[in-house]
Write a protein that binds this ligand. Structure first.
Ligand SMILES: *Cc1c(COP(=O)(O)O)cnc(C)c1O
Length: 399
């Protein structure tokens, strides 16, 4: 077996939670067992995806689901599905979309680096709204009418990034889009928890919703979920699955792909580089069951106790420690450590870098450094790491 040490790497202390650049969420033993068991038998992938999809549909209250190679992959597949449906010619041509509608309307304030996932399929974004609050030029955010005003014969669909504070409300955007028969693709990658978002976002009428499997669900880092309309999920499956078969032999479950709508068998589609392995499907489904049934809820107390112990060990330091979050919020509690930068003589930014460069390397959340605050997310911390983390912070505060 090859270890990280064999490769010359020393594992870090991850105090940032389930972030991708550090390797994501901790997988529970049941999930690892599913991965191992899954590797020891073989099943046709379209049957496995259909079965997983049935369960995803139940848990999300949608018509169909698919396990994808992450939420970003789900966005690429969802875009490809909206662009092509069952059209074999379009499936063959992606990402080239000359001759058919391929514009996605997006609020300017919702653009992000994840845009690539949508554009990779061949779609072009058309921005609406302004960012007037950020540009200090006004008080209004994007409004639903602006989407509708932008629809043309080139519009293929609407992209929406869901968040607690996203504007305009998703329901209003969906209503405007559906008036024109246009589908809405929703990025909800990091919107779990709360558990209710599994079904509530789709219940607003979203045509496709993408979730990460490797964040709060605690599945493999390289997994995600696409769920929603059956015809669109079918198209996504067609464009992701390995298609090296004969039309006369290929027999996908009818609730995954309606073969009667195919008058030929597409070759590998644009989603083929985003393949998901059988082990990953089983592991993700195991994790999803745990997440949906509240299997992680009890972990909140353990995480809170860890944070309280770190705060105690920093009590005599020139910092102000605050534990944020409630069990009801279903999210990990967070410890914010506000640094008296003048008293310490170092900035929070310098301390964050010192923690990364030290031994063991410690990665804290860096979202509030400008407010002189380090944030500790306890999701990936264990009992032995909490004292080490506190010791390293004390060392850095001492200079
Ligand atoms: C994490 C994230 C993604 C990407 O999800 P992966 O599962 O890592 O592919 C996309 N959009 C948003 C808003 C995210 O937070």
């Amino acid at each position: 077996m090859t270890s990280y040490q064999d490769l010359g790497l020393t594992p870090i202390i991850n105090a940032s939670g389930a972030v991708t650049r550090l390797g994501g969420a901790p997988m529970p033993p049941e999930v690892l067992d599913a991965f191992r068991d899954g590797a020891q038998a073989w099943v046709p992938l379209e049957q496995l995806q259909a079965a997983a999809g049935r369960r995803i549909a139940e848990l999300t209250g949608t018509d169909a689901g698919l396990v994808t190679a992450g939420s970003a992959a789900a966005l690429t597949l969802g875009t490809a599905a909206i662009l092509c449906g069952y059209d074999l010619g379009r499936i063959e041509r992606l990402p080239h979309c000359e001759g058919f509608p391929h514009e996605f309307i997006i609020a300017r304030e919702q653009r992000s680096g994840y845009d690539h996932a949508v554009r990779a399929a061949g779609a072009r974004f058309v921005e609406v709204g302004f960012n007037e609050i950020v540009s200090n030029a006004g008080v209004r955010r994007t409004e639903a009418w602006e989407f509708e005003a932008a629809f043309t014969e080139n519009t293929a669909g609407v992209f929406y990034g869901f968040g607690r504070d996203s504007q305009p409300p998703l329901a209003e955007v969906i209503e405007r889009a559906h008036r024109h028969g246009l589908p809405v693709l929703v990025d909800a990658a990091g919107e779990l928890p709360p558990k209710r978002n599994l079904s509530e976002i789709a219940a607003l009428g979203a045509d496709l919703v993408a979730f990460s499997g490797g964040k709060a669900i605690r599945g493999p880092q390289s997994t995600g979920i696409l769920c929603g309309r059956k015809d669109l999920v079918a198209s996504a499956a067609l464009q992701m699955l390995d298609m090296d078969d004969h039309l006369q032999l290929w027999n996908p479950p009818a609730d995954l792909v309606d073969s009667s709508k195919l008058d030929g068998l597409p070759r590998h589609g644009i989603g083929r580089p985003l393949k998901v392995s059988k082990e990953e499907v089983l592991a993700l489904m195991t994790a999803l069951e745990l997440f949906a049934s509240g299997g992680y809820d009890a972990d909140w107390d353990r995480q809170h106790t860890l944070l309280a112990s770190i705060a105690t060990q920093l009590a005599d330091q020139p910092v102000t420690c605050t534990i944020e979050g409630t069990r009801e919020a279903e999210r990990s509690p967070l410890l914010s450590i506000e640094i008296d930068e003048a008293g310490v003589g170092r900035s929070a930014f310098d301390i964050c870098r010192g923690l990364r460069d030290g031994s063991p390397a410690v990665y804290v959340s860096h979202g509030r450094l400008a407010a002189a605050t380090l944030t500790i997310n306890p999701l990936c911390l264990d009992d032995t790491q909490a004292p080490e983390l506190a010791r390293r912070i004390r060392e850095e505060l001492a200079g």
